[in-house]
Design a protein around this ligand. Structure first.
Ligand code: CMP
Length: 137
């Protein structure tokens, strides 16, 4: 059974989309093994996205991710990493497939409503970034 990290970003939480997004995961066979709402500090957002720190959009990304609370979840299921990415759709909503979260809800490549771990190894690090083992069911 794989685990992956999902974040409903500020644009999704601000527009009351938590329920609709969580439903997409559950309808597609993923289980919510852990979930909480958090307001990321600048330090946390910079650390979480450290891999992007040289990118031109890094400052904008950190400002966006800290402007209001996010919902972080540990999703669990068969092939959870790939399944979550399929349900989210492409990073750029203009390229996302019909029915995906980003196609349905995302406004732009920056404000793209959800984050999902990109590989199994990253998923382990990202889940551990937000959750203690004792919080995951
Ligand atoms: P995410 O999957 O959370 O991982 C990195 C994030 O950087 C990405 O989603 C987007 O929100 C953001 N991002 C990627 N490319 C761009 C871009 N060209 N301009 C602004 N933000 C971007």
């Amino acid at each position: 059974m794989e685990r992956t990290l999902s974040i409903i970003k500020p644009d999704g939480v601000e527009r009351n989309l938590i329920g609709q997004i969580v439903s997409k995961f559950e309808e597609n066979g993923l289980n919510i093994a852990a979930m909480k709402k958090v307001r990321l500090s600048k330090h946390q957002a910079e650390a979480f996205y450290a891999v992007h720190k040289e990118r031109p959009f890094f400052g904008e990304l950190v400002d966006f991710m800290t402007r209001s609370p996010v919902v972080v979840m540990c999703l669990k299921g068969e092939g959870a990493v790939a399944k979550n990415r399929e349900i989210m759709g492409a990073t750029n909503p203009e390229e996302a497939a019909d029915g995906t979260i980003r196609k349905l809800f995302a406004k732009s490549i920056g404000e793209n409503t959800v984050h999902g771990s990109d590989a199994l190894e990253t998923a382990k690090e990202e889940v551990a970034f937000f959750f203690a083992e004792s919080e995951i069911y």
